[in-house]
Design a protein around this ligand. Structure first.
Ligand code: GGG
Length: 335
């Protein structure tokens, strides 16, 4: 069966790492008789907004909504108008962000192996911001029991799933309910309630304490369940422990559709130089393969990335001098 993959590179280094990931998916397709992809390219982002006045054309939204899965690159100044609606287009309620150190990569904390399960629709990213006067702007934080419960249901299934790396049988809920009593109080209560129903252990940690404890002792955490903003920020903190944002993939999962993207943004300082690390985008493509049920192919891609991270070539963010193209070529050769 042909599976339709929407490809939306977005801005900055998204234009470099997404083609590298597609090259890897094409190599997977060539090597596996049961993998048959149709790639459909679509535009979004700052450059499209400059050219047309619209950061996310309706055609792109529709292409993503109709695809079997999407590979996205990076969003820049128009992130709120691009990636948030695209997550909505796939009905995503959770952003899965694994942060792990790789052999051969210089990491501040090589023992790090944490998966963030980030609420993906509400919190302070729900879009309720207002400028009320010359002096005053406000933001409404949205938390529903239903979205929190849906995230928690996913977390319980995630820790029960025997496929893929083992991150333990329970999870840690990160929150700030001692200050945001109503919103994070509701989040925490809903997550604990679902965990109790499933008989899953759910520890909890205040997010400021977590930000201290994670870098000091990352091996005490496996799966971490967070509200939206906290997951965005704390997963970037974890990236700093494992060698940088060039290594973190992510999956935005919905009931019937999903979108995969590196955790990094547009990296304007290196965009256009051809030296962006494609590992995060290629690992996102591995998550896409697994989401579509191509588990063995996903594992092959992970193994190939791991081998290249260990032996080189490496891009400058990892201390090497290789180009994006040289690294993706090496990954394809390992496949
Ligand atoms: N590929 C990740 C990306 O484009 N990040 C830009 C950004 O600001 N994202 C906000 C978010 O992940 O919620």
């Amino acid at each position: 069966m042909t599976e339709r993959i929407a490809v939306v590179p977005g801005d900055g280094i998204g234009q470099e790492v997404v083609p590298a990931a597609v090259e890897v998916l094409e190599a997977v397709e060539a090597a596996n008789a049961d993998v048959d992809f149709e790639f459909v390219e679509a535009d979004a982002g700052d450059a499209v907004a400059d050219a047309t006045g619209v950061p996310l054309p309706d055609a792109t939204y529709d292409t993503v909504a109709a695809a079997d899965a999407t590979l996205f690159g990076a969003a820049g100044e128009t992130a709120a108008d691009v990636i948030l609606p695209l997550r909505e287009a796939v009905g995503s309620f959770v952003n899965v962000r694994p942060a792990r150190a790789y052999p051969g990569v210089d990491a501040v904390r090589p023992e790090t192996d944490v998966v963030f399960l980030r609420e993906n629709t509400e919190g302070v990213y729900a879009g309720h911001e207002n400028r009320l006067s010359e002096d005053l702007s406000t933001l409404t934080r949205v938390v529903t029991s239903s979205a929190s419960r849906q995230l928690a249901e996913f977390a319980c299934e995630f820790v029960d799933d025997d496929r893929g790396p083992d991150h333990g049988d329970g999870f840690t809920v990160v929150h700030k309910s001692n200050v945001m009593r109503e919103t994070d109080g509701r989040f925490l209560e809903a997550v604990h309630d679902v965990a109790d129903d499933h008989g899953v252990d759910a520890d909890e940690e205040l997010m400021d304490a977590f930000a201290t404890k994670l870098p000091m002792n990352p091996s005490q955490y496996g799966v971490v369940v967070t509200p939206n903003l906290a997951g965005d920020v704390l997963s970037d903190l974890a990236a700093g422990l494992v060698g940088g944002l060039g290594l973190l993939p992510s999956a935005n999962i919905g009931e019937e559709n999903a979108l995969f993207e590196p955790v990094h943004g547009t990296a304007p300082d290196i965009a256009g130089d051809g030296v962006a690390n494609p590992a995060a985008a290629v690992l996102s493509a591995a998550m896409l393969l697994e989401y579509l049920g191509h588990d063995a192919a996903g594992q092959q891609v992970r193994d190939a990335v791991e081998a290249v991270l260990a032996d080189g070539p490496r891009t400058p963010d990892l201390g090497g001098d290789a180009s994006t193209a040289a690294v993706s070529q090496a990954i394809v050769e390992h496949l």
